[in-house]
Design a protein around this ligand. Sequence first.
Ligand code: PMT
Length: 402
Amino acid sequence: MLKDKTIVLGVTGGIAAYKAADIVSRLKKQGAHVHCVMTEGAQAFLTPLTLRTLSGNPVITAMFDEPKQWNVEHVALADKADFFLIAPATANIIGKVANGIADDFLSTTIMATTAQVIFAPAMNVNMYNNPIFQENMAKLKKAGYLFIEPGEGDLACGYKGKGRMAEPEKIVNFLQDLLNRQKDLEGINILVTAGPTREPIDPVRYITNRSSGKMGYSIAERAVKRGACVTLISGPTSLTPPEGVNLIKVETAEEMFSKVKEHYASNQVIIKAAAVSDYRPKFYQEAKIKKSEGDLQIVLGRNPDILNFLGQNKGKRILVGFAAETNDLQVNAQKKITKKNLDFIVANDVTEKGAGFNYDTNKVTLFFPSGEQKNLPLMSKLQVADIILDEVKLLLSNKGVS
Ligand code: PMT
């Protein structure tokens, strides 16, 4: 329940503004305190009086309004919010926030808040697909802003496609889920591995893979936000580590193995998102290999299988593996569950567009030892991370932890 939570609802100018009334009334039914901010555009579609009546609070409509009977100051509203929901969110407001423009009450307050900001976009399908808009959205997602995906169908402008604001029920459920997840992993130690490994050939060359670290870093980020104490063992990446994680940087699979062995015992949960190189050059050349006539052969030797070690020394821990597959996803992933003694495996087909290496999104299937499988649609890596952590949370509860 959203009881006693303060939700600031920003309404911007689009035909879906009328749905804001339904959102307010649903939030009020759950016992939330709702404060509405309307842009000038929003007021062309819906009157402030409607939202004032439904929320029971004055509605802010202009930057320099004199607060009348209302004693909440403008910036205080930003501080007060548990959630800051923008519904409907136009391309304009998303563009402004993404580019640091704060020129009206709503954009100013969004910039000033430390609360979780959630956008529910609504617009014409071509606007939605416009690369500039997509870039703005990606920038905000990266900065931790959340988006409730618009639906597909007939749009008010006569077009068909993606751009219809999510239904009020879905929006309110989204807030509810967010609230349920807040700090639900408090007191849990989680070890996450991320990124590629680099296996040196000589002082200037190495063997690596396409992992950017985004999947593992997303898991670490969400786990910290949900209250866990997170150790992130990361191969080389260009990512900024999430605030609050204990970051341990490694280069090679052997270094990763050594750090995992040092840290795994104090963690109740281990999630292995790293793309560990199975092989390394068997003989490291101390000096740069010089070019010569003919081919060069490099002999590769096996690297340690870290996940296998963890499976054998699992104890009561929850162990989650990943499987990066290019074919026979199900068969290959299921084999790994038993072989590595996993609680579940997150499998991605890395040949699919939007899935696997380097994308901000992923499309995964979760396979469980019981044979159960959960196919997830394409979504952001942060969302995938939350779903993995939901499963972890469930397993912890079943084991009586937390
Ligand atoms: O980093 P991104 O760009 O965001 O990309 C994400 C990802 C594709 C790297 C990620 O989603 C993923 O699939 N990670 C696992 C990659 C992998 O190595 O898969 P695998 O099927 O080869 O290995 C299976 C499991 O064994 C993995 O949990 C892996 O961490 C582990 N492993 C593998 C080899 C090894 N020597 N030791 C291991 O522990």
